[in-house]
Write a protein that binds this ligand. Structure first.
Ligand SMILES: [Fe+2]
Length: 664
């Protein structure tokens, strides 16, 4: 009995408000009260009301909402509802929503305290979570995009997605505007170069204008240097291929007359300073045919030497692996004629582009994040602490991936138009990459150790990735320990165990044999898995996505396609070979446009750990999030100080630049 004060917060997104009328009920343990509110929610506003309730409701459990409309169903984005009372009781009961309210159904919002599933089927919260999951499993269904690849959300186009997984209007407008602006820029560049020659490397300058970063300018000037070539394996757009050599690769056949090279490699190997980047995964992948012209792929191997001051320099490049039917492939050396050595490096950069985009970007971040997102929506109710932990890290992922499948890697999409793995080779390559998608490859402490990249001062990606892993692990542990006091609580949580199975067995197609867990046996196993989830959706995608803007704008540094087969001798490499191999104007313009579109900072980006939505209502959970933010600020300062000391700052894992989810 008494007076309640009710705050209703509406989202700040475009069209979040509604002209429809909203009806509210308070539901307590001892009763329910219908409130005669005449609420017409306004965008970005928190409206407050006071109402007397003549009966004792007991502790509040739910707020129920119903939106009424006569002609137009004007969707409303409700952020949350706060209730104070009865009477002088100042303590607020918080009901998070952060969803669209549409149609005339009654929506029940449970009080925000996270709870695990109970075994009392009559419990109101238990009933609520079961009903919610039933509905979510109807809305979020799995589909097979391509056999042998992770399963995806069942949606042909973005319009088929549930409203709560769509871009907000600002994001949609920006995304579509940027695509149109990019297309216009491409047309202008094509017109501008219509009568120009395309016969010298400098001719790429004709299209090197428009949106570009400072680092892209530097790449433009220094891309031929061996130092910058080597640097990219450590800290470029794709720091994932490099590994320290444990032995000389068997594919590296040293012909007679190269004894000095053999001795040098052996010396480097013994001292632990020999590294390799092997692109064998590309061997035999069918290359694209673009507008009737055959494109080419290679599967190079690069051996690199780590100098004492931390520079990584290429020592030898084998563009193609040996094959029994062909003579031993030539080895390209820094001492070769400059154009031959340059073309060998260009081939490596082209191969790196393919693995970067398909294996490390699309598969290992976007598609893994989508599996996590779909499983979370299907298996974890809103009251579950792991749902509350993960939901900020899956924002927009389903829509960006659906758009990628319908525009980028679709038949006739951008990959088919400009990339040498387009036209089906990309699916083939993704299937091979899937076999390498192990649980440990997604966890930097394991992955970097396996690649021998720990403790190298100039390996900035490795350093920052490990620091972020630690910080995310601390955050995850903080939340997990609030709800799972012992290992048997983990083992006995049916929703959590179903979520784990859904990811490993359904989404990742029986990935138990690649080390993914089929169940959680302990608190620490759960923490490790959740750390992997948050790291993949945030830091790893940040590291892999952002470099496109800097390293791919100057097309010769990372050509999307090659138009001539790899050279088989060094002597015949002329400028015409180099230019005839590199992308043509149309392909190069497309590469610039799309990598700007995908790599630029997103205007509505939410930095890691800084989501505004308050899913947890307990002060302890809020303190854990606040500690996470402090840890991230400290890392930000460390990176700023470190970057001031190095020639090329490494910014992709600066916390303020990492997005809170995969959104682009
Ligand atoms: Fe991305």
């Amino acid at each position: 009995m008494g007076r309640y004060r009710i705050g209703v917060a509406t989202g700040a997104w475009l069209f979040s408000g509604s002209h429809n009328r909203v009806q509210l009920w308070l539901v307590g343990a001892r009763g329910e009260a219908r409130l005669e509110l005449r609420l017409r929610p306004a965008r970005g506003q928190e409206e407050e009301f006071e109402r007397d309730v003549p009966k004792d409701l007991g502790p509040l459990q739910f707020v129920k909402l119903r939106k009424h409309h006569s002609l137009v169903d004007d969707a409303w984005f409700c952020d949350c509802i706060t209730v104070r009372g009865p009477g002088a009781c100042e303590e607020a009961t918080f009901f998070p929503c952060y969803r669209w309210v549409q149609g005339q159904d009654v929506l029940s919002l449970p009080e925000g305290t996270a709870r695990l599933a109970g075994d009392n089927a009559l419990d109101v919260f238990q009933k609520h979570r079961e009903k919610e999951l039933k509905e979510r499993r109807r809305l979020y269904c799995w589909a097979t995009w391509k056999e042998g690849l992770p399963r995806t959300i069942a949606a042909e186009r973005q319009d088929d997605l549930p409203p709560n997984s769509r871009f907000h209007e600002e994001k949609r407008l920006d995304f579509e505007w940027a695509l149109k602006a990019g297309a216009l820029e491409t047309v202008l560049k094509r017109v501008y170069t219509l009568l120009s020659s395309w016969s010298r490397l400098e001719d790429f300058d004709q299209i090197f204008w428009g949106q570009k970063s400072d680092l892209a300018e530097r790449v433009h000037h220094c891309w031929r240097d061996d130092e910058l070539f080597g640097y990219q394996f450590l800290n470029g757009a794709n720091p994932m291929v490099l590994r320290r050599s444990a032995s000389l690769p068997s594919r590296l056949v040293l012909p007679s007359g190269t004894e000095a090279l053999g001795a040098q490699l052996e010396r480097e190997l013994q001292s632990g300073s020999l590294f390799e980047a092997d692109f064998s995964l590309l061997d035999g992948i069918p290359a694209n045919v673009i507008r009737g012209e055959k494109q080419y792929l290679a599967a190079p191997l690069v051996m690199l030497q780590m100098r004492p001051e931390g520079k990584l320099l290429p020592v030898v490049i084998q563009i193609q692996p040996p094959s029994p039917s062909c003579p031993a492939p030539p080895l390209f050396l820094p001492s070769d004629p400059p154009l031959a050595w340059l073309l060998a490096k260009i081939w490596v950069r082209n191969s790196d582009f393919q693995l970067h985009q398909l294996q490390y970007h699309l598969l290992n971040t976007h598609l893994v994040a989508e599996v996590i997102a779909v499983a979370t929506m299907r298996c974890l109710p809103g009251l579950h602490p792991v749902f509350k932990l993960l939901i900020p890290h899956i924002r927009y992922t389903l829509e960006i991936n659906t758009r990628a499948r319908s525009q980028l890697i679709s038949e006739g999409g951008i990959f088919d138009k400009a990339v040498s793995t387009g036209g089906g080779g990309h699916v083939h390559l993704l299937r091979r990459a899937m076999a390498q998608l192990t649980y440990s490859s997604l966890c930097p402490p394991d992955d970097l150790a396996a690649r021998g990249l720990l403790g190298i001062p100039s390996a900035l990606y490795a350093h920052d990735a490990l620091r972020l892993w630690e910080i995310i692990a601390r955050y995850v542990q903080g939340i997990v320990r609030l709800f799972y006091h012992r290992d048997d609580v983990v083992r006995g949580d049916p929703e959590l165990q179903a979520w784990c199975r859904e990811i490993t067995e359904v989404g990742l197609c029986q990935a138990q044999d690649r080390g993914f867990p089929a169940s959680f046996q302990s608190q620490s196993q759960l923490c490790h898995f959740l750390t992997m989830c948050v790291f993949t959706c945030t830091a790893q995608h940040g590291a892999i996505n952002q470099g496109q803007l800097d390293w791919y704008a100057w097309v010769p540094n990372a050509p999307c396609t090659m138009r001539m087969p790899p050279p088989t001798t060094k002597e015949d490499v002329k400028m015409a070979t180099v230019m005839g191999s590199l992308p043509d104007i149309r392909q190069a313009c497309l590469q610039m446009t799309i990598t700007w579109h995908l790599g630029r900072r997103q205007p509505d980006m939410v930095p890691l750990g800084h989501h505004k939505e308050k899913y947890f209502s307990s002060p302890k959970a809020k303190a854990v999030l606040s500690q996470f933010q402090t840890d991230l600020e400290n890392l930000e300062r460390e990176i700023t100080a470190r970057n001031a000391q190095v020639d090329l700052p490494y910014d992709y894992l600066r916390p303020s630049r990492i997005e809170n989810s995969v959104t682009i």
